[in-house]
Design a protein around this ligand. Structure first.
Ligand code: MN
Length: 248
């Protein structure tokens, strides 16, 4: 089965009221995409019923993504912050299920922001334990999870594909895979070919983004190598274009 080709909803809108959900889904469909990815910026208030109705109406597929905030960082050493993160991930997973989403991805393992120090060993263990628990819930709902690898200015837990594979080994759950993004790879990896081969069948989700998040082909990302590697591993998961509307 060929990859579903998707588009990040932030390409179209920065707001997620019912009308913006509807417009972004329609525009993704009109542009020829198979799938739309919704960023769950505030999971508790995400209108999953509208998303489901509109996505089904347009005959599209949907996925959702999330980057944890600092006060819900499961890689923290503070048990109350870890607990808030677990709750937020549960809500995000439930919203994904309610929407009929195919996948939950993003920076699920820690807070997405600039940190001045690496995560501690105990913080990392908190993250592994929380992802294991989330993976077990997700697997009962039939929703795969993918952990998005982002650059050093956006996570202090994992920044490269190789680190992600080590983390996945610790998590040790079938339903959890690596999510690579060419924008972040372009900052952290030596090239855009080998990390994809190394991930192999553990690669479950891909974001396509230019070095400046703008029009594809106008930046410095080596898409040729990335796509040759995806072809080499017979990658069949979603491939989602991520950029941000000038309105965002
Ligand atoms: Mn991304």
């Amino acid at each position: 089965m060929p990859s579903l080709i998707g588009c990040h909803a932030l390409v179209f809108t920065g707001e997620f009221d019912a009308r913006s959900i509807e417009t972004s889904v329609q525009r993704a469909h009109q542009a020829g995409f198979d799938l739309i990815e919704f960023p769950l910026m505030e999971p508790a208030t995400f209108d999953s019923a509208t998303a489901r109705r509109v996505v089904e109406g347009e005959g599209l597929h949907a996925t959702s993504s999330l980057g944890l905030p600092l006060d819900a960082d499961i890689s923290s050493d503070d048990p109350s912050i870890v607990s808030a993160g677990r709750q937020l991930l549960d809500i995000a997973l439930d919203k994904t299920a309610e929407m009929g989403g195919l996948h939950l991805c993003g920076v699920l393992y820690g807070s997405m922001r600039k940190h001045m120090a690496p995560a501690s060993a105990s913080g990392r263990a908190n993250s592994v334990a929380a992802i294991q628990r989330l993976a077990d819930r997700a697997s009962s709902l039939g929703i795969p999870l993918s952990l998005e690898i982002v650059n050093r200015y956006e996570s202090n837990v994992i920044n490269t594909g190789r680190q992600a594979l080590e983390f996945l080994k610790e998590v040790d759950r079938e339903g959890v895979s690596v999510h690579l993004d060419t924008y972040h790879m372009n900052i952290e990896e030596s090239d855009l070919f080998q990390p994809i081969l190394d991930a192999g069948d553990r690669l479950g989700y891909v974001h396509i983004g230019e070095s400046h998040r703008g029009y594809l082909g106008t930046g410095s990302v080596d898409f040729g190598s990335a796509f040759r590697a995806l072809d080499r591993i017979n990658y069949a998961g979603p491939i989602v274009f991520e950029s941000f509307s000038s309105a965002v």
